[in-house]
Design a protein around this ligand. Structure first.
Ligand code: SF4
Length: 340
C-alpha cells in the first residue's frame, strides 16, 4: 500500500473542506471496498478523509411518509431496522443477501452505492483496463467474462455493478442526497450510476469532492408484494450472476396497478426498463404477463460469450421473482413456469 495522508472530520462542512476539488482524495467510512482497492494498488488516494464520525447514521421517517437512511448507517443496522423490515422488506432482503455478516456490520449505506466492480481485470494492475486506466483496453471483452454485463455495455467496458442494495433502491425509486461545494442536491437512484459509454472510469454522477449524505425512500414500500431473487455460484458471500428486485401493486381485480423490476448482475448499474413495466400496467398479475415483461426487458441483451447464459437465466429469474412477489406458492410457480 502506498503512503497517504489521513484526517478525520466530524461535520459535512469539514469533510467538504478537506476534500476540496482534488480527485486524489477519498472519503472513507467502513472501508470495506476502498481498503482492498488500495492494498491491490488499484486506487491510490493521496489523502483519506475519515467521515465515520459524522452524525449521519440516523434512520428516520420523512415528512411525506418516506424514510431517510443516513449515509453512515451500517448495512446491518439498516437491514434489521424495524421500519425497514416492516415497510421496505425488499430493501432488507437485498442487504441481507449481500456480503457477509462481518462486512455488513462495517459497510455504510453511502459506501454501498460507491463500491466498485469486481471485474477480475480491474483488480489486476498487471493488465490493461479502461476503468482503471482510460484508453488502455478492455481484456474482459475477449477474455474471462462469465460475471460480466449483457445490457448497456460499450466497447470500452462490460463490467457490472456489484451491489444488491442498489437493486432494491432502484426498484423503490429512492433518491440520493448529495452535498458538495456548490450546496446540496438530490438525484434519482436510477440516475446516480452511469452506463460505461466512453468513460467507464466514471461509475456514477458524483462530482469531484461531493459526498453522499443520505438515501431517501418514498412512502410506497411495496411491503405486501415484493421479493428479491439472487442467483449466484454459492449461497452466501458471492456476487449475483443475476438478481431481480420485484415489486407489485394490485387493484381489486388482481390487475397490475404498478410493477417494478430492477436487475442486478447484468449491467454497469441497476437495470430497469420503465417502458416494459408501464406496458404491463392494467394487465392481470399472472405468469404469462410476467413472461412477456421478461422477454421485453431482455430483448436488447447481448452476451459476451462466457456470460451468454445470463440472458435466459435473467428471463426466468424475472418471472420467478414476480411470482414470489405475488405470493404464488412454490408448487404453483413450478407449474406456471412450465407453461410459459
Ligand atoms: Fe476494465 Fe471494464 Fe473491461 Fe473489466 S470490463 S477489464 S472493468 S474496462
Amino acid at each position: 500500500m502506498r503512503p497517504f495522508h489521513y484526517t478525520a472530520v466530524e461535520t459535512v462542512e469539514d469533510a467538504l473542506l478537506e476534500a476540496g476539488a482534488m480527485r486524489e482524495v477519498s472519503f472513507i467510512a467502513g472501508g470495506t471496498n476502498l481498503l482492498d482497492l488500495m492494498k491491490e494498488d488499484v486506487m491510490r488516494p493521496v489523502k483519506l478523509v475519515d467521515i465515520s464520525r459524522m452524525p449521519l447514521d440516523q434512520i428516520e421517517p420523512t415528512a411525506d411518509g418516506g424514510l431517510l437512511l443516513g449515509a453512515l448507517a451500517r448495512n446491518a443496522d439498516t437491514a434489521y431496522h424495524p421500519l425497514v423490515r416492516e415497510r421496505y422488506p425488499l430493501l432488507s432482503q437485498t442487504l441481507l443477501a449481500g456480503a457477509s455478516p462481518q462486512l455488513r456490520n462495517m459497510a455504510s449505506n453511502g459506501g454501498n452505492l460507491l463500491q466498485r466492480t469486481r471485474c477480475y481485470y480491474f483488480y489486476d494492475v498487471g493488465v490493461p483496463c479502461n476503468k482503471r486506466q482510460p484508453g488502455s483496453g478492455c481484456p474482459a471483452r475477449t477474455g474471462l467474462n462469465r460475471l460480466h454485463a449483457v445490457l448497456g455495455t460499450s466497447q470500452h467496458c462490460i463490467a457490472t455493478h456489484p451491489s444488491d442494495m442498489c437493486v432494491a433502491l432502484a426498484a423503490l425509486d429512492a433518491q440520493v442526497h448529495v452535498s458538495g461545494s456548490r450546496g446540496e442536491r438530490t438525484t434519482a437512484m436510477q440516475d446516480f450510476h452511469r452506463l460505461p459509454g466512453d468513460r467507464p472510469d466514471l461509475d456514477n454522477t458524483l462530482a469531484v469532492g461531493e459526498l453522499i449524505t443520505g438515501i431517501e425512500l418514498p412512502a410506497e414500500g411495496f411491503a405486501a408484494h415484493s421479493a428479491y431473487l439472487k442467483l449466484r455460484d454459492r449461497q452466501s458471500y458471492a456476487f449475483a450472476l443475476v438478481s431481480v428486485a420485484a415489486a407489485l401493486d394490485l387493484d381489486e381485480n388482481g390487475h397490475l396497478r404498478d410493477v417494478r423490476v430492477a436487475l442486478g448482475g447484468v449491467a454497469h448499474k441497476p437495470w430497469r426498463d420503465r417502458a416494459a413495466e408501464q406496458a404491463s400496467v392494467g394487465r392481470p398479475a399472472c405468469s404469462a404477463v410476467f413472461s412477456e415483461l421478461a422477454q421485453t426487458v431482455m430483448e436488447q441483451a447481448v452476451g459476451q460469450g462466457q456470460n451468454d447464459f445470463k440472458i435466459p437465466l435473467a428471463r426466468l429469474a424475472i418471472v420467478r421473482a414476480l411470482e414470489m412477489a405475488l405470493g404464488m406458492p412454490a408448487d404453483q410457480r413450478a407449474a406456471a413456469e412450465g407453461m410459459t
